[in-house]
Design a protein around this ligand. Structure first.
Ligand code: PMP
Length: 399
């Protein structure tokens, strides 16, 4: 029996539903072929518990923009560890981290840190409701697992709906809403999408409705650090997470003083000021300002996608922007490709992510991918695992 199968069985025995993160469930990948658990990651490589090494295009679900276990980030965390992780009062680290977010997101005055994207989206909604005195929130995209959002998308059970509606069904209610929350770019960064965002911004402004950009994925993955800055559309509130601390747990909501300090809302978390994640964030943002150039990564990511899309465009393509995309093709071809890639030491997942260390591996990976497509074209490859089922966040995005 493989180590991996044993681990999956152990997990089912002691972890509710057998998993912690929906997109990491074995069913979201090619169950039976993919490793279910990973032991370690370094740069763009990960190792499973049988010692097999992979090039990882999932990048911890888009968290480690400068790669797993980055030396400089590690050092910052190690130094901070000596001074403690959760102190009894605020620390200078939270001030420095907030100042860094302001430097990288110049359209905001202040932030509130939290641990997860879910919490930061909830906080954004609460701040908007406090500021406007309205309750209704209109939503598009995925904003975490809190009741209001999840109740919009059955079949998740156990949710009490909470004054939320889908933007696509209730656009005429913008005038009555506290806020509209969208992922400004899911994968489509076309001119039409950006114009749509500008129109949305104007409509919200006209009615005193706050526009919230959930940039949990796009934040620190676009040149100039955000969709908001890249396209010059300033939301009233921005939500950040994932890449901000290169994989350490940190999220943030930010905006102008008038909104962020505009009501007596209550948002509070024991761990919000936990220092290890804050120093990881300070170091990551600093490195993205000085050493790693997101515009350069974009060029290299686009080249990777263009090359990938030349292999067998009628069967499988990547669609998206240079640092994130989705695989477009029928689910069977996708599963066959994922299986063969995994066997050849390349890990792909529901979303395609591109980070700095992957840019260094791109040409080797493309050679392997070319061979895989040649094999697939012979029609002789048999699927040995189960085709992936879309994880929850992807189903919500497809609306
Ligand atoms: N918003 C978006 C756009 C996300 O992609 C996610 C996570 N995938 C969340 C919010 C929720 O973040 P978390 O999983 O950290 O709660």
């Amino acid at each position: 029996m493989s180590t991996d199968f044993t681990l999956h069985r152990r997990a089912l025995d002691c972890i509710a539903q057998g998993y912690l993160t929906n997109s990491k469930r074995p069913e979201s990948l090619v169950k039976g072929v993919y490793p279910t658990h990973l032991k370690r990651g370094h740069g763009c490589h990960v190792w499973d518990y049988e010692g097999k090494k992979y090039v990882d295009f999932i990048t911890g679900l888009g968290t480690n923009i400068i790669g797993y276990s980055n030396e400089r980030v590690n050092l910052a965390i190690a130094e901070q560890m000596i001074d403690g992780a959760s102190l009894s009062f605020g620390t200078m680290k939270e001030i420095e981290a907030a100042e860094k977010v302001k430097e990288t997101m110049p359209f905001i005055d202040c932030v509130k840190f939290l641990k997860t994207g879910t919490e930061a989206c909830l906080a954004a909604v609460k701040i908007a409701r406090g500021f406007t005195g309205r309750s209704l929130v209109l939503s598009e995209g995925y904003h975490g697992w809190s009741d209001g959002f999840v109740s919009l998308t059955p079949p998740a059970t156990g949710c009490v709906p909470g004054q939320m509606e889908l933007l696509k069904d209730s656009r005429s209610k913008i005038k009555d809403a506290a806020a509209v929350i969208v992922e400004p770019v899911m994968t489509d960064a076309s001119k039409a999408r950006i114009e749509w965002l500008y129109e949305l911004k104007d409509e919200c402004k006209k009615h005193g409705t706050l526009l919230i950009f959930d940039e949990v994925i796009t934040g620190y993955r676009f040149p100039r650090f955000s969709v908001s800055s890249y396209f010059g559309i300033e939301p009233d509130l921005i939500v950040l997470g994932k890449a901000i601390a290169n994989g350490m747990p940190l999220a943030a909501v930010g905006g102008k003083y008038a909104v962020m300090n505009g009501s007596d809302y209550f948002v509070s978390s024991t761990y919000a000021g936990e220092t290890l994640s804050l120093v990881a964030a300070i170091k990551t943002m600093t490195l993205l300002q000085t050493k790693y150039d997101l515009s350069d990564l974009w060029e290299r990511g686009q080249r990777f996608i263009d090359s990938f899309n030349e292999f067998w465009p009628s069967m499988l393509k990547i669609e998206g922007y240079p640092t994130r995309g989705v695989f477009v093709g029928d689910s069977f071809t996708k599963a066959l490709f994922f299986q063969e890639a995994c066997n050849a030491g390349l890990l792909f997942g529901p979303s395609f992510f591109f980070n700095f260390p992957l840019a260094e591996e791109a040409s080797n990976a493309l050679n392997t991918i070319k061979d895989i497509f040649m094999k697939l074209r012979t029609g002789s490859v048999v699927l040995k695992g189960e085709p992936p089922k879309s994880p929850f966040a992807q189903r919500v995005r497809q609306g």
